[in-house]
Ligand binder design. Sequence first.
Ligand SMILES: *Cc1c(COP(=O)(O)O)cnc(C)c1O
Length: 373
Amino acid sequence: MIPYGRQTIEEDDIQAVVDVLKSDYLTTGPKITEFEQRVAEYVGVKYAVAISNGTAALHAACFAAGIGTGDEVITTPLTFAASANCVLYCGGTPVFADVDSRTYNIDSADIERKITSKTKAIIAVHLAGQPCDMDAIHKIAEEHHLFVIEDGAHALGSVYKGEKIGGLSDMTTFSFHPVKPITTGEGGMIVTNNKDLYQRLVMFRSHGITRDETLMMRNDGPWFYQQVDLGYNYRITDIQCALGCSQMNKIDRFLTRRKEIVKRYNDAFEDYENIITPYQLPDTESGWHLYIVQVKNCNRREVFEKLRNLGIDVNVHYIPVYMHPYYQKHGYADVHCPNAEKLYSHFLSLPLYPTLSEKDQKYVIEKVIECVR
Ligand SMILES: *Cc1c(COP(=O)(O)O)cnc(C)c1O
């Protein structure tokens, strides 16, 4: 089976993990700080908080933004459920704005339509690594005094108008699940330039507990710490962060490989009107986490099943979040985002990962063309 995505683990990645296993720290130790610094430097932000996974990163960001009962948060339906679930964790209400049918990302015009007096934040998701129209989103956010959180799970290394995704908004989250741009097994990170948010994120990661005297109500002595908020155990381990540091050495090489593979796909499908290749917003660079095409004038399900039977692990990203039974049962039965639903019915994600061989890619191209004809 040719998977749709997979990790790239090399000898030095393995050695980095083995070294930590022989060291004094397995969990909160020096590798966490090192990994945070590596990512912060790479995306160009002041603060980074490594956390147990990308979902915890989103939960932490919503907490730090102060999202609570009664607050509405606008996000896209074309994403993994976690981008909306994080709002529910905090007692808030996700509100879905439709997507732009060219970029597949949240449509700023529909964000405006969905704003109410309860709207508190926007969670922008860079689907497949393609940056959202951040200028338009920031303009709306400023006008309405909203927080902007970017779900950058697909977008480590993506560039918007010359700047890497990460430093553009109040907070940006990343995921290091094995299919994502780099991996720590499970893992995530929140980056920000705001010190207050940073302090809240750090506390949230570990039970709401702090040893920082400036954040405590009193100090009984050198042993002292206080729980000043309700947090969780969302800590990541040094074992994982050692892998993360090693992977950060390779991020640009991974991105280059993804770009090369995408170019070959785009060139190969250029002349086939039944295959709509991804559109690229001007002045942006996608990290190409996914290669999503739309298949037209054919039965998507049949194409999907044929390709799976041919050993090609195609996928569909994503089922609009509000269509899931949990959302249907909890107030979203009448929600419709026509563009998202239409795109969903045509979407197909093709294999894309740095170690995808030229031979395997040729096979995928040949079979996809055969199946949509
Ligand atoms: C993977 C992903 C997440 C969640 O990350 P985990 O590390 O798996 O918890 C959140 N949002 C999007 C868009 C994702 O693709």
